[in-house]
Design a protein around this ligand. Structure first.
Ligand SMILES: Cc1cc2nc3c(=O)[nH]c(=O)nc-3n(C[C@H](O)[C@H](O)[C@H](O)COP(=O)(O)OP(=O)(O)OC[C@H]3O[C@@H](n4cnc5c(N)ncnc54)[C@H](O)[C@@H]3O)c2cc1C
Length: 407
């Protein structure tokens, strides 16, 4: 670290310590990462009744940026988080879906609820503006190390250091906070995605295509100025080159003339956890309470890769726990309200990705409106995995009638 950086660093620590000296009852919350999880936690703390008791700082060296992500936000998410009102103006909303199985069977589905597809840069800017308006401080800094003085923890960044009474690790699947907090890494429990921002794809239909023997899918998600086109699969299943070939072949077949721009490519990781019992989301680091939220905690749906909903949900639950002064409540709520659904998805995962199962679902969807509805409810988040089996069972006679007589 240069002399100048050291001076800046010590100045920042002094500023932070000065603030705590000036207002001893104010707690300093430092959030590493300003994605949906970190920004939601910040917004929820600073819009709570206890807001005056907290000084909230977000450290994120990239925010806002075009995170490698489909940007598909389910109807369930928009219903659950009123602070997202207005986001639709920045997005494409669609209820037209095309599903294609590994054997090339296709069905077109119109969902009751829409999927909102947004550029992650726009989403980041939208949330950051709300957070700043509430008094949250944002530092464009990258967290590198943690330290402590016996009373407070310090986050060392590439520009300085900040003191914290509570630390939140919300720096995504590839962030450093899991390691810094001493939580084991995802290792093989992840999926890898490759995508492109593609111009020249008309229409607002969202496409999901499965491939034989691959645990993942290709997507084409229209956005206001471009489409996000990509493919993700369990890590190690396909190489980067193979991913690129899969995407290129699909585009050549379905959107001839549309070119992939290598400068607009991205790759990223989705956590894909099958065993939850050894994971931990809250604890103390150098006696300072900490918690992980969003992707950093491993909260993404193994089947669909949906993580934005869980990022919002965990960020909001964590904020509530911090405001009530009992951070352990966060762990209990994760175990009750997030993990059962993700565990169910992990259990269904091997069955779901059997090529014949997807063929069957697509075939049934062509003839049966009820199956179509179930498929679209899964994508728009209104169908939980926990009640999927019982819903299909109760629909069985209707599905049979629709298969025989159409409907
Ligand atoms: C290819 C792909 C497609 C996806 N498509 C969808 C989809 O369509 N719908 C959906 O719901 N989910 C999707 N997901 C998942 C979704 O992107 C994540 O679940 C979601 O973004 C998690 O939010 P988060 O806030 O936990 O983390 P992130 O959004 O990853 O945000 C983490 C933030 O931390 C910052 N950061 C990282 N390291 C540091 C550091 N050391 N110091 C400071 N800041 C740091 C980053 O700059 C970033 O802003 C997709 C994921 C991938 C990889």
């Amino acid at each position: 670290m240069s002399y100048l950086q050291k001076q800046k660093s010590s100045l920042k620590i002094q500023q932070d310590l000065f603030m705590s000296a000036a207002a001893p009852s104010v707690k300093h919350i430092v959030i590493i990462g300003g994605g949906p999880a970190g920004l939601t936690a910040a917004i929820a703390i600073k819009s709570s009744l206890a807001a005056a008791q907290f000084d909230v700082m977000i450290l994120d060296h990239k925010l806002p940026f075009e995170k490698p992500c489909g940007g598909g936000i389910t109807a369930k998410t928009l219903h659950a988080f009123p602070f997202l009102t207005g986001l639709q103006h920045l997005a494409v909303t669609t209820n037209q879906f095309s599903f294609e199985s590994g054997h090339g069977l296709r069905c077109e589905v119109e969902s009751l609820e829409a999927l909102t597809i947004v550029s992650r840069k726009d989403l980041g800017a939208f949330l950051l503006e709300k957070a700043l308006a509430l008094g949250v401080r944002h530092y464009k800094e990258k967290a590198m190390r943690l330290g402590h003085d016996g009373k407070k923890a310090f986050v060392q960044t590439d520009h300085g250091a900040h003191a914290a009474d509570v630390l939140i690790g919300a720096d995504g699947a590839q962030g450093a906070s899991r390691r810094l907090f001493g939580v084991r890494s995802f290792e093989k429990n992840r999926a890898a995605g490759l995508g492109f921002y593609v111009e020249g794809i008309a229409g607002s239909k969202a496409v999901i295509k499965f491939l034989p023997r691959k645990h993942g899918y290709l997507w084409v998600f229209p956005r206001p100025t471009h489409a996000s086109v990509g493919f993700f699969a369990v890590a190690g299943e396909v190489s980067r080159g193979e991913c690129e070939r899969i995407i290129k072949t699909y585009l050549d077949e379905h959107y001839p003339g549309v070119k992939l721009d290598p400068a607009k490519t991205y790759s990223a990781t989705i956590p894909l956890i099958f065993e939850w019992h050894k994971e931990q989301f809250t604890g103390t680091v150098h006696q300072t309470p900490f918690a992980l939220a969003g992707d950093a905690a491993g909260f993404a749906d193994p089947i669909t890769g949906e993580g934005i909903y869980y990022a919002f949900k965990s960020g909001a639950m964590l904020a509530e726990a911090i405001c009530t002064g009992d951070i352990l409540k966060y762990k209990q709520r994760c175990e009750a309200e997030i993990i059962p659904e993700l565990q169910k998805s992990a259990r269904l995962f091997p069955k779901f990705y059997r090529t014949h199962f997807i063929d069957l679902m697509v075939l049934l969807s062509r003839r049966s409106r009820s199956v179509q509805r179930v498929m679209s409810d899964l994508i728009t988040g209104t169908q939980s995995y926990l009640t999927l089996k019982s819903r299909l069972k109760s629909l069985a006679p209707k599905i049979l009638r629709e298969m025989l007589f159409g409907g």
